[in-house]
Design a binder for this molecule. Sequence first.
Ligand code: ZN
Length: 49
Amino acid sequence: MKKQHPCGSNEWEIVRIGADIKIKCLNCGRTILLPRIEFNKKLKKIIKL
Ligand SMILES: [Zn+2]
């Protein structure tokens, strides 16, 4: 997923998919919860899971 985190990483792991999408920054380990609609808007490119 191509979305840069302030820590400098742009690699994310998808933790959970439901009504909301939970993603985890692989660099610093922080998790972020995104509404599915927002996720779909932002996520045009998917990197390998
Ligand atoms: Zn991070």
